[in-house]
Design a protein around this ligand. Structure first.
Ligand code: GLU
Length: 304
């Protein structure tokens, strides 16, 4: 498969595509990013790298971090102890919605909406010695890149505007589904969202989901059975309230973030990341979705 040729044709198509997306601004620092940035990186199962544009530039991974937090939690805690506190159903509601939590007794629909990710943070805080350091080291391990760190401006900016996430935490605490100090959980959540990575870093990290839980240098990060489960949650819950639309158009498990990144995998084939900051009304990168739709069309394979 000539992936570079396919990526080149996606790049030229995107350059003429009319677009109407808007860069996220509810975290003020995210609004500072240039809306014209565009990069894509594909890492194939035989260790080849293919890319175009701003694929080596660091951007805010935001909700893509939720996949790594879930993976770390599932590698340390039995599934039954995680999934009694957070479900695995698509929510059909916005990522930061409070309504479902009220009538579902503080049990979030899945680990990729904010409420679910906050529960995963609570679980990690209970078992990790130094949650921030241990989480960052986990990212270093799965990428092989020890320079990855947080963007402190994004971190500070989200800290100042985190009232809704604080509300989610308070509501879950009232149902007994948060065990640690609320400020500590909120801080750890904002910290992981503020990690900055490139398309190349993210594709390298996501290779574990395409390669049955192992890095390409054969380090086992998580079992095949758990990888299969994480991929299933990405497929059904990875794209806010348009996971169905993403399956319909692209047909790969993946996760997006409000920083404009989308990482996705084709099991046994590749991990791919695309970054373009303007988001569609559901919060997914507008050009990113288009790029991945073209990728599965031009390669002729998706998981369906
Ligand atoms: N830190 C963001 C928030 O909690 C993450 C949102 C996202 O990327 O979905 O609002």
């Amino acid at each position: 498969m000539d992936y570079q040729k396919i990526l080149d044709s996606i790049q030229s198509e995107l350059s003429v595509l009319p677009h109407t997306g808007k860069v996220a601004s509810y975290i003020p620092e995210l609004a500072q990013v240039e809306s014209e940035k565009l990069g894509m990186h594909l890492y194939s199962i035989n260790s080849e790298h293919y890319s175009f544009g701003d694929s080596n530039e660091l951007f805010s991974i935001q909700s893509i971090s939720k996949v790594f937090a879930l993976t770390l939690a599932m590698s340390l805690v039995e599934d039954k102890d995680i999934f009694k506190r957070v479900d695995v159903e698509p929510s059909g509601d916005p990522f930061n919605s409070l309504v479902q939590l009220e009538y579902e007794n503080g049990i979030p629909r899945n680990p990729f909406i904010n409420a679910g990710a906050l529960v995963i943070c609570d679980i990690l805080i209970s078992i990790l010695k130094d949650p921030r350091k241990d989480f960052l080291e986990f990212i270093h391990k799965i990428t092989g890149n020890k320079t990855i760190n947080i963007n402190t401006k994004v971190y500070e900016s989200e800290k100042a505007y985190s009232h809704r996430n604080a509300a989610l935490l308070n509501l879950m605490k009232s149902f007994g589904n948060i065990t640690n100090n609320l400020e500590t959980v909120l801080d750890f959540y904002i910290y992981q969202c503020a990690i900055a990575m490139s398309c190349k870093d993210l594709s390298t990290a996501f290779m574990i989901y395409a390669n049955a839980g192992k890095t390409l240098n054969n380090q086992k990060i998580i079992s095949f059975q758990k990888t299969k489960r994480i991929n299933a949650i990405m497929q059904t819950c990875g794209f806010y309230d348009e996971a169905g639309e993403f399956s319909f158009r692209v047909g790969l498990p993946g996760k997006s973030g409000v920083g404009g990144g989308i990482s996705a995998i084709h099991p046994g084939q590749y991990a791919v990341t695309v970054w373009s900051p303007p988001l569609n009304p559901k919060g997914n990168s507008e050009l990113g979705m288009h790029a991945l739709e073209e990728l599965t069309t031009l390669t002729g394979f998706s998981i369906f």
